[in-house]
Design a protein around this ligand. Sequence first.
Ligand code: NI
Length: 200
Amino acid sequence: MNARLRFVFLGLIALSAAIATAAVMMLATGGPGPRPAAAGDVGGAFALTDQDGRRVTEADFRGRYLLLFFGFTNCPDVCPLTLQRIADALNAHPALKERLTPVLVTVDPERDTPAKLKEYVGFFGPEFRALTGTPEEIAAVLKAYKVYAKRTELPGSALGYTMDHSSLIFLYGPDGAFVTAFDPTLDATALGNEMERIVR
Ligand code: NI
């Protein structure tokens, strides 16, 4: 390889390294997709109906930590697995149940009536609560909490449709302030330890 060729060759290597670094950084920052929630960024007032048919607002949850998860009762996998991890984490740290309320907010208000939600969250533990509302009320909450949810038709399936949705777990303090968002794929041990560390 002569000097000039070697120069071009080294230049190409440097260029590929720069491209690879840029690609890794894009991946690390999440690229152009949904970005993780930032503190103070997510949440706000809501008026919804709980699993007992009572009208509630965010103010009714003050005084305790609020663990919010968005999902729906017909979800085949992510929602029940996530709710089970939350239940396992709370059962491993039962004192948390005195200071924190886990709440499922449905992204499927058409099918998730209070009665259906009550039966569903009952599977995960008596401390769980659930919220639904009119399609307009739920749409407003999804917007305020920056939750993505989209109906996808399932032709030929008895379910009729499913809901694609983002599934972060949001934690709010007793004063209603946003504390953090947990990765829903955290295992129950990690989630329990994190909640134990934060919830005082
Ligand atoms: Ni789900």
